[in-house]
Ligand binder design. Sequence first.
Ligand SMILES: Cc1cc2nc3c(=O)[nH]c(=O)nc-3n(C[C@H](O)[C@H](O)[C@H](O)COP(=O)(O)OP(=O)(O)OC[C@H]3O[C@@H](n4cnc5c(N)ncnc54)[C@H](O)[C@@H]3O)c2cc1C
Length: 390
Amino acid sequence: MVDFTRGARELELEARTRDFIRDQIIPYERDPRLGGHGPSEEIRTEMQAKARAVGLIAPQLPERFGGFGLNHRETATVFRAAGYSVLGPVAMNIMAPDEGNMHLLAKVATPEQQERWLRPLAEGHTRSAFLMTEPDNGAGSDPSMMQTTARLDGNHWVINGRKWLITGAEGATCAIIMARTATGATMFLTDMTTPGIVIERVLDTIDQSMPGGHAVVKLEDVRVPADQILGELEQGFRYAQVRLAPARLTHCMRWWGSAQRAHDIAVDYASRRHAFGKPLIEHEGIGFMLADNMVDLQQCLQTIDYTAWVLDQGARGTAESSLAKLACSEALYRVADRCVQILGGLGITGDTPVQQIFREIRAFRIYDGPSEVHRWSIAKRIADDRAKRA
Ligand SMILES: Cc1cc2nc3c(=O)[nH]c(=O)nc-3n(C[C@H](O)[C@H](O)[C@H](O)COP(=O)(O)OP(=O)(O)OC[C@H]3O[C@@H](n4cnc5c(N)ncnc54)[C@H](O)[C@@H]3O)c2cc1C
């Protein structure tokens, strides 16, 4: 039976995170140093120093990397509280892509690789990037279309290709690069200063919470020593799945917190703002939108907790996390959209965080698998199950 009782450690961390976000991070939301391509290194470092002081840097990580070794369920509780500000995950070093990369490195990297790349990442001293998606009809929804190649030359792999939409590449210290090898794909770990890695440009995108924004990266004769393969040769797609299931879910957790914040702001506005002789909240059109928000938030919370529980049982959770990602990205987007509507003209301004939350969650319907790809794979499973039963 699924037990959703919250333990004392989880509740204490949730309360600590809530206080930290409210008292120390929300004030940064109006900081003029926030740029169009995510918070600057200066703000990131400043916020992380504050998180460190209250013991909230990457709390989910194993204890040997400075965390509390939280399970997925406990992680969900803390990440939801962190997401109450879009800056919260950056402050606590639990933002994409670093959080997913740290998870993968903790699971797959050798002890030497962990000391070199994971430890400084876990401590918040560096940032990382994950290079998979490609422009020019390469890997996207269908990763098997990967065009970037790696060929062995003596004791080095030589990587050539182009990647794009690479979050945090600008300013990252290290990267995980996916490239095609003889019979599949392989992941390589490398420093971003390796000759041949060129950031062509940082894209202007709808979202702006992720440090470094999203970049186009050229890989030209990038030489990577053979001992910098992450895991085993030709196992890249398998490791992508190891990273993907929990990473999809942590996005759901963080954006849940942000959607809850938008909802709280909408409730407050609808209670104070009057139209046609009464507060907006007493108009059914608004009240029902808030009720639908409650339903979506509650359903997402249960979906997140259930999926986290599945992962905690040691299951790979690929199918469950696909369902959860689809359900949460669509439902949380609906919540954010309703909140913009409830705020009227205020909703499309930067005077409240609702506009940014709306933009951030819009992008979530595309990364880690667009909604249509999740629907398509769920539909395939339905057909396969039926065929097996026939
Ligand atoms: C904010 C953001 C951050 C990102 N960060 C990273 C990163 O750090 N590293 C990285 O490698 N990538 C990153 N990505 C890329 C992301 O993983 C891809 O955008 C995603 O996999 C979709 O690929 P694509 O953009 O090439 O879309 P395409 O593959 O061109 O698909 C376009 C559209 O076609 C539709 N479609 C595709 N397949 C199907 C199907 N089977 N059935 C029905 N419809 C379908 C979907 O509606 C989809 O949105 C990021 C993307 C965003 C938006």
